[in-house]
Design a protein around this ligand. Sequence first.
Ligand SMILES: Nc1nc2c(ncn2[C@@H]2O[C@H](COP(=O)(O)OP(=O)(O)OP(=O)(O)O)[C@@H](O)[C@H]2O)c(=O)[nH]1
Ligand SMILES: [Mg+2]
Length: 241
Amino acid sequence: MKVSIILPTYNEAGNIVALIREIVLNIPREWAHEIIVVDDNSPDGTYQMVRDAFSGDPAVVALLRTMDRGFARSIRAGIDAAQGDQIIVMDTDFTHDPVEIPRLLHVGVVYDIVSASRFCSGGNMQDVQHYIASMLYNWVLRILLRTQVQDNLGGYFTMRREKLMQLPLNDIFFGYGEYFFRLVRFAKCQGMTIVEVPALYRTRHAGKSKSNFLKMLFTYGMAALRLRRSCALRKEKTNGW
Ligand SMILES: Nc1nc2c(ncn2[C@@H]2O[C@H](COP(=O)(O)OP(=O)(O)OP(=O)(O)O)[C@@H](O)[C@H]2O)c(=O)[nH]1
Ligand SMILES: [Mg+2]
């Protein structure tokens, strides 16, 4: 079995090389792997840094995107390029800790989506303010989305590639972190199984955050409301989930 690890980057020169090394150390020996870095032409030279550091390693692939910059679209580009049986998506600032990889792969044998979650029992976040804000916002999302998932914005997950390909990827992978609750909701619509495993989200190691909290509140809320409608429509069309 082979795992493809998708790493979207924008200005992560201070993190990416060390992160890839740590990821490789955490992949269980029985798994073949490929690491796919999807960089949106970062001004800090992230792409070139990956090329230089891993030029002799065919398992590390760097994709350079020069148009249509965006987090979720980059993840989609990584999915399109992936060849592994299992996909893992994670952030590249060390918030998503590579130590969770073995457990994600282990549980991924049983469930369609395994999400590394801050809000199920045992999950946590080093940044307390961020933890509380995300928790409150997740309550609102859970009311709107009824996904019965506690962390709707985590974005650290694994899925079999074959299962992922059954989802309407064009309707999911656009925008920013809200793509993750679209993924969960569409997967639920198709009767896929989802489980959360506890994870500690760490504080970003180097570099700056690209997210804007107030903008996020608004765009994610609008995305959740739109999603309710689109999934309800699907339900009518297919006569139940
Ligand atoms: N390819 C690509 N990656 C992006 C883009 N924006 C953010 N990223 C990556 O997406 C991940 C999440 O971005 P962050 O800036 O850490 O945002 P965040 O995790 O919501 O915010 P913090 O918790 O403050 O770190 C990181 O790995 C970024 O490098 C983008 O436009 N294109
Ligand atoms: Mg981050």
